[in-house]
Design a protein around this ligand. Structure first.
Ligand code: FES
Ligand SMILES: [Fe+2]
Length: 347
């Protein structure tokens, strides 16, 4: 008789967890993006890491299955295996798993009645906006972001994987929502060195996210990335806790570019940076130019964000110096504390 799978309490930390136990528990309660829908469907199951938990993802029964990347037979990563139809086949002894992570075949003992309990340790997974979202806790503390434009076929819909950054997701998010760096870090693209002052702005903090708006006189970007004349733009930032920002850049009537920044926390110091992008202009032109420019812009941010120390966002405001322009970040840090982040080492 096979032994039933070992039950592991949901709250048990992943091996070699880089988060404090209390930070891990607080973050595990949120939805996080782990990959694009299009990443799943190849001949191999997809491997991802979220909050130090190694996951395997495949599609079966009309939905994405996300599970801990461990075959319950002998502990080999299931991501070593292959996908056959709606089943994933372990590379070691060929156990097959299907919808819901259920084991459906044991080749070495084909006449064995497979107990229902012989099932991968699955976690919650949803596909929305062409992105696969995972929640490691049994019950997400808030719904997925509401970004209906990402399903709007009238817009140019784009996606972009910007690689694994050596930073915390919170540092990345704070930089993405930071106004004062634009005239310094981005002088190679749109940044306007003659416009360093950040006008006063208000930040609205709600239970599920934050909102603020700001104007900026930036340089336009001409063909081939050349800096063009100064143009007036309006930024609208909408953050969904804990890390996911919709940034709408309005260049004028009917000219909106929107970047959805999805920094997935692989560990406390590594972040898998994904973007969805839309635009409502130049619909007859290829998407490449927007993606190339977005890549160019964030490559200006990257060395700064990766060099920040400590890697973790200091949630105790006395640890860094804050000015009026940092209104977003002081509110953001305060909100993260409210979710239980930055608590001292609970165990
Ligand atoms: S370890 Fe996967 S089938 Fe044996
Ligand atoms: Fe930036």
């Amino acid at each position: 008789m096979p032994s039933p799978p070992l039950a592991r309490p949901a709250a048990l930390l992943p091996r070699n967890c880089t988060f404090t136990p209390s930070d891990w528990a607080a973050l595990a309660a949120f939805w996080h993006p782990v990959c694009f829908s299009s990443d799943i469907g190849g001949p191999r199951p997809f491997a991802a890491t979220l909050l130090d938990e190694k996951l395997v993802l495949y599609r079966a029964g009309g939905r994405v299955v996300a599970a801990k990347d461990i075959c319950i037979h002998r502990g080999v990563p299931l991501s070593f295996g292959r996908v056959e139809g709606e089943e994933v086949v372990c590379a070691y002894h060929g156990f097959r798993y299907g919808a819901g992570g259920q084991c459906v075949k044991i080749p070495a003992q084909p006449d064995l009645a497979i107990p229902k309990k012989l099932c991968l340790q699955t976690v919650l997974a949803e596909e929305k906006y062409g992105v696969v979202w995972v929640c490691l806790a049994g019950e997400p503390r808030q719904p997925l972001p509401s970004w209906p434009e990402l399903d709007d076929p009238r817009l140019m819909q784009m996606k972009m994987a910007a690689g694994i950054w050596k930073c915390s997701a919170a540092r990345h998010t704070e930089n993405f929502n930071d106004l004062a760096h634009l005239s310094f870090v981005h002088v190679g693209t749109f940044g306007n060195p003659d416009r360093p002052e950040v006008p006063r702005y208000d930040v609205e903090v709600g239970p599920e996210g934050m909102h603020f708006e700001a104007d900026y006189d930036r340089h336009s970007i001409e063909d081939f990335g050349r800096k063009g004349p100064v143009e007036h733009i309006h930024y609208t930032y909408d953050l969904t806790f804990p890390f996911y920002t919709r940034l709408r850049i309005c260049f004028g009537r009917d000219r909106n570019f929107v970047a959805y920044n999805l920094p997935s926390p692989a560990s406390a110091r590594e972040t898998n940076v994904l973007f969805r992008l839309t635009r409502d202009f130049d619909l007859d032109k290829p998407e490449d130019s927007s993606i190339a420019l977005q890549n160019q812009v964030i490559s200006e941010d990257r060395p700064f964000v990766e060099a920040q120390r400590p890697e973790e966002l200091p949630l105790d405001l006395s640890e860094e110096f804050h000015i009026r322009a940092d209104r977003f970040s002081t509110c953001y840090r305060h909100a993260l504390v409210g979710f239980g982040l930055g608590g001292e080492f609970a165990s």
